[in-house]
Design a binder for this molecule. Structure first.
Ligand code: CTP
Length: 399
């Protein structure tokens, strides 16, 4: 990946969840952040300095008495784009709320202009204590984001609210709090949406259930990340995506023509549309009477994705979709190869699931063997997950 674009301080409080922040650090680095870890002195009881230095590849200090010539608290406060405190104990939240500056982390918090995001972790009694509630309110009133902790098993035998959220949830909430990134600024993203239809006669067609919602969600997400978007939409009935150039098509042949015209200029093609695999050998100019409507002779359509993949320039990223009902994962892996693409999103549409729904679930698989399960989520979230991977493959820091 290219040089990190954004600098982040990861503040670590003295909770057992400090060990989970090691994974969080890795994920933040994957997203292109340059991360400096600032643990509180007592948090070193859980995870030591050496671990943080090894993972971050940077020097780690806990007190203002270290690295004095560089005035570390001011230097860190000034150069940070974001401050993420995870885990934050009740004590750390209290100290931040009351403007204390008794270790390096709380000094940085006081001195920075950067947005601050806090992930609490503590036992329910402490989270629900009137003092903590008041402190959290104070922080939120000052514009600091305090994430709600999760409900679940805690250290010891208790369970309830106060559990440190899983890394994925923290990343999603943190990214939402910092707003859409502009990582795709100026990039041209070509997206197909909906489902093509093949005319049998003026009344009938061969079609599929694709609503176009996922393709439109991708277009909207790419626009908000700064991309220039061309959306080839087949038989959709959705409101236009503001800012996208929309090319309406009906049949596979029309989609092919539109794709051929736009492909050379794009940095990435996301082929979300459900393309009819075959068309009637002949479409009748007149309505076929029911008595003669017995069989339709079909001829296969060209594979549009495979065909444009043959014309790809180096650096262009190609993404496919696969709607499957059995052996989805293996089929999708095979399609990456046969179609010559970089990534595929596969979902199980048994019983018509996912079509026209606001939600989706499935797997993102890439040509290098990496795969990621997408638990049920909105089509907007999936859109951003896929764009993160496109952005990464385009060599853009994903911030
Ligand atoms: N696709 C395409 N042209 C076709 C068929 C599919 O470009 N004629 C694209 C779809 O837009 C999608 C990907 O290929 O991005 C996979 O589509 P899918 O229908 O799952 O693939 P098929 O090759 O048709 O495989 P199957 O035998 O499962 O129908």
């Amino acid at each position: 990946m290219s040089e990190p674009k954004k600098e982040l301080v990861l503040g670590v409080g003295a909770g057992i969840a400090a060990y989970k922040a090691c994974d969080l650090l890795r994920r933040l680095q994957d997203f292109g952040f340059g991360v400096t870890v600032v643990p509180t002195p007592s948090s070193l009881n859980f995870v030591g300095k050496t671990t943080w230095e090894a993972l971050s590849g940077r020097q780690v200090n806990t007190q203002v008495w270290e690295d004095v010539p560089n005035v570390a608290h001011i230097a860190l406060a000034d150069r940070s784009d974001y401050l993420l405190v995870a885990p934050a104990t009740a004590d750390l939240i209290a100290r931040i709320a009351h403007g204390r500056a008794d270790d390096l982390l709380t000094n940085v918090v006081l001195a920075t202009q950067a947005p601050i995001f806090i992930v609490p972790a503590m036992h329910p009694q402490m989270w629900l204590n009137a003092a903590t509630i008041a402190n959290v309110e104070l922080l939120r009133a000052r514009g600091i984001t305090v994430m709600e902790p999760h409900v679940g098993r805690l250290t010891g035998s208790d369970s309830g609210i106060g559990r440190f959220p899983d890394t994925e949830s923290i990343i999603i909430a943190f990214k939402a709090s910092i707003g859409p990134s502009q990582d795709l600024l100026g990039k041209r993203i070509l997206i197909t949406a909906g489902g093509t239809r093949e005319e049998i006669d003026p009344v009938r067609y061969i079609g599929n259930r694709s609503s176009g919602k996922q393709g439109y969600a991708l277009a909207a997400a790419a626009i908000s990340r700064g991309a220039r978007v061309q959306l080839i939409a087949a038989n959709t009935h959705l409101p236009d995506v503001a800012g996208a150039e929309i090319i309406k098509v009906g049949s596979t042949a029309q989609m092919h023509t539109a794709l051929e015209a736009a492909f050379a200029e794009c940095d990435a093609l996301i082929m979300c549309a459900a393309v009819a695999d075959a068309r009637p050998l002949q479409s009748s100019a007149h309505k076929i009477k029911s008595k003669s409507f017995e069989k339709i002779e079909l001829t296969p359509n060209e594979d549009l994705l495979a065909s444009v993949a043959h014309q790809r320039r180096s650096g262009q990223i190609l993404v496919g979709f696969a709607a499957e009902t059995e052996d989805g994962f293996a089929n999708a892996q095979r399609k990456i190869e046969t179609k010559g693409i970089d990534l595929i999103y596969v979902n199980d549409v048994s019983g018509g699931a996912i079509f026209n729904s606001e939600l989706t679930h499935g797997w993102i698989i890439d040509k290098d063997g990496y795969s990621k399960e997408i638990a049920e989520t909105t089509k907007d979230t999936l859109a951003n997950e896929l764009l993160d991977m496109v952005s990464h493959r385009l060599g853009l820091p994903n911030v």
